[in-house]
Each structure stands twice: as C-alpha cells, then as structure tokens.
Design a protein around this ligand. Structure first.
Ligand SMILES: *Cc1c(COP(=O)(O)O)cnc(C)c1O
Length: 275
C-alpha cells in the first residue's frame, strides 16, 4: 500500500488483477473492488437498474422510466452507521420491505417477488439482522425463479464467502477492512455478468465510490496473507482470547459472562456480558 502511493498505475489493469485474485480465492466467477461495502451496495443496485446502458448509467440516480424497486426482508433493513436502505436510494432505487421485524417467510418473499423488482438484497450479520433467520439458499432461489438477481451484504463475513456464493447469489460483498485487515475496500465477488454490470457503474454513480489504487493493492496483499494463514491456529488464538476475557469478566462482582459461538458461523466465539 505504501509503495504504490508514489506510483502511477492503470486502474483498469489493477481492477482486472484484483478481480482475478478475488475469484481465485473465494471461487467466484469474477470479482471487483469498490471503495467500501456501502458503495458496493449502491453500485450493485445501480447495475440492477441501469445495466450496461451508458446513457442510463450516466443519468442515475435519476432512473427515468426504468424499474427501480428493490426488495429486502424487513429484518435486513439494518442501520450499520446509516440505514442500509439509503444505499438503495442513492442509486435511484426504491426499497421495498417484505415481512416484519420478526419474520420474512420464503412464501411472503416469493409473493412479493412477483411484482417487478430489479433486485433482492439480503444481509448476513452476526449482530444486526432482526427476526427469525432466513434460509438464504431458498431466498436466492426464489429471486431467481422470478428472474430477479440476489445480492448478499456479507460485510463482516469474509471468512464465509464460498458459503455465501454457494447460495447462488449473483453478487456478494465483504469489507476488506474488517477481519481481512486490508485498507478500506468493498470486495465484490459474483458472476461474470453481474460483475461486468457492476463495474460499468464506475463510469456513473460509482465514480464517487471509487476504490483507490492503494486500497486495491492492499486488498490483493491481504488476500495473499489470508491464503497463507492457518485458520485452525487463528481460531485457537481467538478461543484463548475469548476465554481469558470471559474468565476475568466473570470474576467481577455483578457481571455474568459467557462465550457463545458466532451466530452467523464465523470461526470464533463471542464474549457476552450481562450486569
Ligand atoms: C460494516 C458493514 C457494512 C458497511 O461496510 P463498509 O465497508 O464499512 O462500507 C455494511 N453492512 C454490514 C452488515 C456491515 O457489517
């Protein structure tokens, strides 16, 4: 990252290289990098609205007479520092929530999907999602039955990208700056067709969400480091940290402390504290 700051690069070549590295790492057909996941969500929605039509891309967030509704389960309409539905609106999309905070059944989703949405946005998060867990495989399959692409925000799920891609999702997003420890970057993995439409937005609304050369290079380096990492050893280290922390907290008067497996399936447990 530091070395590339003083160099000129062709961003297109760097994006191509990063795309190949991402795909080779997580097993997707293609990959790309945006400034961060928030930007990646907006660019994906822009892709769903405008496709690769240059005039439509340049006109966003004015979607003209294009279809622009984006479906998401109500419990997935989270606030991770700002409302995720704003990422949809920024692209000219109109969020449409299905179900309620307690539940969004596949039947409800399927029913809603029949009404002409451009995309279905799903979220995987250990802490933010509300309500009963959604069967992601079934949700993605339902979207596809109606010809609607499915995008998964797995911002803190970089260790589960192959699993999330196995749902059949068209695009999956993960933050480079979370567990992957790269400079801030929105990693995008998915089908060649949707990554191409995604990257087409770089000439439109995505220009304000551009991945910097240093972030792209840093992300490539972080993926290389991750590939060399012994996950079992890393998990054991986390387990030791958590158990030491829990043990010390539990010794404080009036504090109940315990370890619990990460609910989304990341390979570590979390410390819970209750007064
Ligand atoms: C962190 C996070 C984001 C935002 O990711 P950035 O890369 O910081 O933009 C979006 N969604 C979820 C679920 C997150 O945890």
């Amino acid at each position: 990252t530091a070395e590339v700051l003083g160099e000129f690069v062709m961003i297109e070549e760097l994006q191509q290289r990063a795309g190949a590295v991402i795909a080779g790492w997580c097993g997707s057909e293609a990959g790309a990098v945006a400034h961060c996941v928030a930007g990646a969500i907006t660019m994906a929605i822009a892709a769903a609205i405008a496709g690769e039509d240059a005039a439509a891309i340049a006109a966003l967030p004015d979607a003209g007479d294009r279809m622009r509704h984006v479906l998401l389960p109500a419990g997935h309409a989270v606030d991770y520092g700002h409302p995720i539905v704003q990422d949809i609106r920024l692209a000219g999309g109109v969020p449409r929530l299905v179900g309620n905070d307690h539940e969004c059944s596949i039947a409800r989703l399927e029913e809603a999907l029949g009404t002409g949405d451009v995309a279905c946005l799903l979220l995987v998060s250990s802490r933010l999602v509300r309500g009963a867990p959604l069967d992601l495989d079934a949700a993605v399959a339902a979207a596809h039955r109606h010809g609607v692409p499915a995008f998964i925000d797995g911002a803190a799920q970089d260790m589960r990208l192959p699993e999330l891609l196995a749902t059949g999702a068209d695009l999956v997003f993960a933050s480079g700056q979370k567990y992957l420890a790269s400079p801030t970057a929105g990693l995008v993995a998915g089908s060649a067709q949707w990554v191409r439409a995604f990257r087409a937005q770089e000439r439109g609304i995505g220009r304000a969400m551009k991945a910097s050369k240093e972030a792209i290079v840093g992300l490539i380096a972080a993926i290389e480091e991750r590939r060399g990492m012994d996950t079992g050893e890393w998990s054991r280290l986390q387990a030791r940290k958590v158990s030491e922390f829990v043990e010390r907290c539990a010794s404080l008067a009036g504090i109940e402390a315990w370890a619990q497996a990460d609910p989304s399936g990341m390979p570590f447990s979390r410390a819970h504290l209750r007064p």
